[in-house]
Design a protein around this ligand. Structure first.
Ligand code: ADP
Length: 247
């Protein structure tokens, strides 16, 4: 099926922190059903773009739309219920709680007190178990999240995000700091979810993974889009190589 409908769109988006323009005139479109990568050197504005999409950061110029709907002014939880999920570069799990409790956390407003006092049961537990088996962690439901490897924790966070059945997921360095075996599994899981209809925007420094996984790439540098196109642009565009690998 050709991917032609725009799901997430940035129109001339800018964001400043004091005098620093972290994001500057960004136009970007993520096609529905795609796996789109956002690459660029550290400090180029990738995390800020993510934060603007999820609503953690506000006060930007220009417009951000999801399925044609302007997101401006909507709080993060409203955006989550519109179908936007995200993972973090460094996972934000409750390390002392079980894997299962962490996966159902989005349904309970991420409130640790509520999580600790309420047993996970019924439909919630079934769905959480299903997602944990899907990411290959079915054996770890009752383990403390903090006892798992860093890569496994990233998979728990992915299962957690899937609990709200997102239409689109922003992944912040899904392969960062995890073992090569888990990188492959992570890529397979992302691909499978994409086949099931989930659109992805991925910040990732693992270029072989990006080349292999993504339909489309946006290269950012200094808060602006430097190049956009199929993954081959990374290899063929000297300016991209320079911005990304140079400095
Ligand atoms: P990347 O994710 O590509 O590494 P960031 O979006 O984190 O880039 O950062 C872009 C620029 O904005 C950097 O210069 C960074 O120091 C700055 N920046 C990011 N967040 C803040 C903030 N909360 N306050 C001030 N400056 C920030």
């Amino acid at each position: 099926v050709p991917k032609t409908e725009v799901l997430l769109e940035f129109r001339d988006v800018g964001k400043a922190f004091g005098g620093l323009r972290a994001v500057n005139g960004v136009n970007l479109a993520v096609l529905d059903g795609s796996i789109t990568a956002l690459i660029g050197p550290n400090g180029s504005g990738k995390t800020t773009l993510f934060n603007l999409v999820t609503g953690i950061a506000g006060g930007h110029s220009g417009e951000i739309r999801l399925a044609g709907r302007p997101l401006t002014g909507l709080p993060p939880w409203t955006r989550a219920h519109l179908g936007l999920g995200r993972t973090f570069q460094v996972t934000r799990l409750f390390k002392a709680m079980t894997v299962m409790e962490n996966v159902v956390a989005p349904l309970r407003g991420f409130a640790p007190g509520v999580l600790a006092s309420d047993a996970v049961a019924g439909h919630e537990a079934d769905r959480a178990r299903e997602l944990l088996s899907f990411v290959g962690l079915g054996r770890f439901t009752t383990e403390r999240a903090g006892a798992l490897s860093y890569g496994q924790q990233k998979l728990v966070e992915l299962a957690q995000v899937l609990m709200l059945e997102p239409r689109m997921v922003l992944l912040d360095e899904p392969a960062g700091g995890i073992s090569p075996g888990l990188v492959d599994r992570m890529a397979e899981i992302i691909r499978e979810l994409n086949h099931r209809g989930v659109t992805f925007l991925v910040v990732e420094h693992n270029i072989p993974m990006v080349l292999d996984l993504c339909d489309s790439v946006f290269v950012v540098a200094g808060g602006s889009v430097l190049a956009a196109g199929p993954p081959e642009i990374i290899r063929s565009n000297p300016a991209v190589l320079d911005a990304y690998l140079g400095g």
